[in-house]
Design a protein around this ligand. Structure first.
Ligand SMILES: [Zn+2]
Length: 390
């Protein structure tokens, strides 16, 4: 494990290694960037490096062999505390099972919103998973202890943007008086949701989406996935290694792609009964599930665009569906593909901002149909500010 477990993110890793080298590790960091790109894996590597008993002054890398390194790798180090937003009724066993999975693969999907039931990726839930105020008080109390056996008391709060106002305020209080030997790492995909007063206390490190080549190589080397399939998954994952792992469950990928194609078909033919059923199915996936489908939809529309402009040379996301993609492009010469990309991106943004999902999908289908027939409309509608387009 250690730093080599981190895929890409050279800039963030280099910053942290330099901080270790100069003994200038900050007391609080915010790792921000999209889901599944390695914020958590990087934080775990930092934790291991900080606790390693053989790193020595000025050292940047954990040794990987001392007892502290072994404990860190198995998520058993008493001074490395990891927290995630969880539903009120989450059982201790279930939380422990999630951390065990994290020990096996730091990129594993363990989030309660995207994976409410650990062993069944198809199960969805509408239960809230946040840091409630009692939990935050427990966390900040943990932060005040001296390390039990290591060098620092390390706390990782994943998805720290999932706090409500009172828990954020409680956290802020805790952050004001941390122990001397404390290092806190917050991860967030939406740092704008954090209180400015929390942001100002953290050193910020940005994490970027991963290039498909990096995802592909990791899928082959780490997961033993065969090269062609890895190439396909990597391009569909839209920059997230965790999403690639989820899609690697073949049934899940097939199911999601079927939904995407069905949605385009229903939108095109304006078969309202079919469309209604599909929308019910899609909204039933929950916000994160729906975002997953919309990401795939985006990949599909970008492919149409590529196929139109680059023809047979195009490096498609859906490499195994070249015939279908090319067929679509040939059969719909008037389709406004640029506009379709913008529409799906807009839908993703609206879902991200908690707009009514049924409404978003209904209007998306309508706008996609118009775009497929040659109308160049790029915005769905503006439930947040602007008036409805005529
Ligand atoms: Zn070590």
């Amino acid at each position: 494990m250690g730093w080599e477990q981190v895929i890409g993110q050279a800039r963030a890793v280099e910053t942290l290694r330099r901080a270790l080298e100069g003994e200038r590790v900050a007391h609080a960091y915010l790792f921000h960037g999209p889901d599944g790109v390695g914020k958590r894996a990087t934080a775990l590597a930092l934790a291991q490096a900080l606790e390693c008993q053989q790193r020595g002054p000025g050292g940047t890398d954990p040794c990987g062999t001392c007892p502290a390194c072994h404990k860190a790798e198995r998520m058993l180090h008493p001074d490395i505390h990891i927290y995630l937003p969880q539903p009120k009724d989450a059982s201790a066993d279930d939380v422990a099972a999630r951390f065990q999975r994290l020990g096996e693969n730091p990129y594993a999907e363990i989030d309660y919103r995207r994976r409410p039931t650990l062993d069944d990726p198809t199960k969805t839930s509408t239960k809230q998973a946040i840091y409630n105020v009692d939990r935050v008080r427990e966390i900040t109390r943990d932060l005040r202890y001296r390390p039990a056996e290591g060098h620092v008391n390390f706390a990782l709060l994943t998805d720290a943007d999932q706090m409500n106002e009172s828990s954020a305020n409680a956290f802020l209080k805790g952050l004001e008086e941390p122990g001397e030997q404390t290092v806190v790492v917050l991860t967030a995909s939406r740092p704008d949701r954090l209180l400015p007063t929390i942001l100002s206390r953290c050193q910020r490190l940005r994490f970027d989406v991963l290039p498909p080549e990096a995802i592909e190589a990791a899928l082959v080397e780490r997961e033993g996935i065969e090269a062609d399939r890895a190439a396909l998954l990597a391009r569909m994952a839209d920059g997230s290694y965790t999403r690639a792992l989820t899609l690697a469950d073949s049934e899940e990928l097939a199911r999601q792609r079927a939904r995407v194609l069905a949605f385009f078909r229903a939108a095109f033919s304006s078969a309202s009964g079919t469309l209604d059923d599909l929308i019910t199915d899609l909204t039933g996936l929950g916000r994160e599930g729906l975002k997953g489908v919309l990401h795939l939809m985006l990949g599909w529309v970008r492919d149409l665009l590529l196929a139109r402009h680059a023809g047979a040379e195009a490096a498609l996301v859906n490499v195994d569906q070249r015939v279908a993609v090319e067929g679509f492009v040939t059969n719909l010469p008037a389709a406004q593909l640029d506009a379709m990309v913008s529409l799906v991106e807009h839908a993703l943004d609206l879902v991200e901002r908690n707009a009514n999902q049924t409404l978003v999908l209904t209007v998306l289908a309508d706008a996609l149909r118009a775009a497929m027939h040659g109308q160049e409309r790029r915005r769905l509608f503006a439930p947040l500010a602007e008036p409805m387009p005529v």
